[in-house]
Design a protein around this ligand. Sequence first.
Ligand code: 77P
Ligand code: MG
Length: 214
Amino acid sequence: TQTTRPQRMLAAVQKNATRGDPRSVVKAIDQFCRQKEWAMNVGDEKGCILDSVVTEVNPETVLELGTYCGYSTVRIASLLPPQAKLITLEFNPGNAAIARQVIAWAGLEDKVELVEGASGDFIPKMKEMFGIKTFDLVFLDHWKDRYLPDTKLMEECGLLRKGSILLADNVICPGTPDYLEYIRNSPRYKSQFFKSHLEYTKVEDGLEKSIFLG
Ligand SMILES: O=C(NCCNC(=O)c1cc(-c2ccc(F)cc2)cc(O)c1O)c1cc(O)ncn1
Ligand SMILES: [Mg+2]
C-alpha cells in the first residue's frame, strides 16, 4: 500500500539523521524536501529567521499552531532553555503520529507537548490543561484562515501578556490577508515583516513578527 509524504519524510530522518541530534534531523528533512519531495515545513531560509527570534525571546513558554511533521517544533525546542515548555497543536492525526516520531528522534520529547485537535477547541483549555498562564512566544503555521480568529481567542483567554511575541509563517504565500490587516492596524501590536521565500522555492513569502503591547 502507498506511503504518505510524511511517512517518507520520517523514513528519511531515520535513515539520514543521528538520534538525539536535532540539527541533523533538520538537515535531513531539508535535504529530503530539496532533493526528493517538496513539503510545507517552514524550511531552512525562514527557519533561520525563526531561530533568531527564538534565541532573542529565549521563551519559557511557547505555543506552536500547526505541527505538521515537527520540523519547526524541533528547530524551536532545540533552542529552548532547560525548563522551558513548547506546546504544539496539530489537527491531522496522521501528521501528529509522524511528528511525535520526528520529535523523539531528535531527543526533544521532554520539552514538547503535542496536542491533537483543533486550535479553536484547545486554546481556551491551555490554562487548565497545562497550567500555562501566558505564552512568551506563539508560532502560527496552521490553517491560514485560523490565524486571525485564534489570535483574537488568545487575547480573550488572557494567554498573551505585555511583550508576548507572535511569529506568523506564510503571510505572503499562501497568505493571511485578514490577519495582516488586523495585526498591522491594531494599536495593541507592534509588527515587523521579515521578507523571505516559500520553503525550498524562489516564490516570495515572509514572516510577520508582532509584539503584544497589552
Ligand atoms: O495545519 C494544517 N494544515 C497545514 C497548514 N499549513 C499550510 O497549509 C501551509 C501551506 C503552504 C503551501 C504554500 C504553497 C502551496 F502551493 C501549497 C501549500 C506552505 C506552508 O508553509 C504552510 O504552512 C491543518 C490541516 C487540517 O486538516 N486542519 C487544520 N489545520
Ligand atoms: Mg508554513
